[in-house]
Write a protein that binds this ligand. Structure first.
Ligand code: ATP
Length: 258
């Protein structure tokens, strides 16, 4: 098995390193009696993008929920910028700078693009809101062109960009993007991934969760492969090389459920 132990350079044992933004150390999680994650350890490093990939039902979204405080681990430790945030609620983690762009479009269809963006920052002063809006339109020029249009009339890819922009106006330190490509035509997926490049270039650390892996792997500095709630492979993309055998459906690496 191509498993890289979690004490590898990308592993949670490096969590004391200054450049680790978030680290999971032997995290397990469950939905009632159903155990979904087992001893998951990996670290997300400053300014890098980590692709979390694996087959259907392998626990990727569950990791995202743990990282964003929507689900408390049953055991193990979650650290954010050196602080132990295990079990901390989602709103507190959001305040620290953790943003979770969940699967789907998560926009208000009947509101305009601009109203959708304004809703994400109701507590801010007017100048702050205007600065955030300008930043969002600079990052996603297409949204600027359609600012007065109802979000429901945008294409699927534009809605996905709007849901990303709604998260980005909060200026997160860490963005967890769950299944960005879901239901999108390949050409639109390219556009959404171009938007991710802009987000990363602006200094946001990324966790990219995908079931369909090629885009995520292309964009990844680090890779974690989850199978049936366990980390099967973890490490820097440059060191892991060709993962096609590991990712092949039915491969021994992918376990019986793949
Ligand atoms: P997909 O790629 O299909 O979205 P995933 O890798 O994100 O899958 P999860 O959604 O994290 O996987 O699910 C991991 C396991 O936990 C699955 O067996 C799933 O059925 C189960 N699960 C997920 N959410 C819940 C829930 N709210 N209650 C009970 N079981 C759940």
């Amino acid at each position: 098995m191509t498993t890289i132990p979690t004490s590898s350079p990308n592993g949670a044992h490096a969590a004391d390193d200054g450049d680790v933004v978030m680290a999971l150390d032997h995290v397990s999680a469950a939905y009632g009696p159903f155990k979904a994650l087992f001893d998951v350890s990996f670290a997300v490093r400053e300014g890098r993008s980590l692709a979390l990939i694996g087959p259907n039902g392998s626990g990727k979204t569950t990791v995202a929920r743990v990282c964003s405080g929507l689900l408390a681990p049953t055991s193990g430790t979650l650290r954010f910028e050196g602080a132990d945030v295990t079990g901390e609620r989602a709103y507190k983690l959001a305040r620290r700078g953790v943003a979770h762009a969940p699967e789907g479009r998560s926009v208000f269809a009947s509101l305009t693009v601009e109203e959708n963006l304004q809703l994400s920052q109701l507590r801010r002063s007017r100048p702050e809101r205007e600065e955030a809006l300008a930043g969002a339109y600079e990052m996603f020029p297409r949204l600027g062109e359609r600012r007065r249009q109802a979000a429901g009339l945008l294409s699927g890819g534009e809605q996905r960009m709007l849901s990303l922009a709604r998260v980005m106006v909060e200026k997160p330190r860490l963005l967890i993007a769950d299944e960005l490509s879901l239901g999108l035509a390949p050409i639109i997926v390219n556009e959404v991934y171009d938007a991710l490049k802009v987000i990363k270039a602006a200094g946001t650390t990324l966790v990219i969760i995908e079931q369909h892996t090629s885009h995520a792997l292309d964009a990844a500095d680090d890779i974690v492969v989850l199978v049936q709630g366990h980390v099967r492979v973890a490490g820097p993309a440059a060191e892991l090389g060709d993962l096609s055998q590991v990712l092949l459906p039915g491969s021994a690496h992918m376990g019986p459920s793949a």
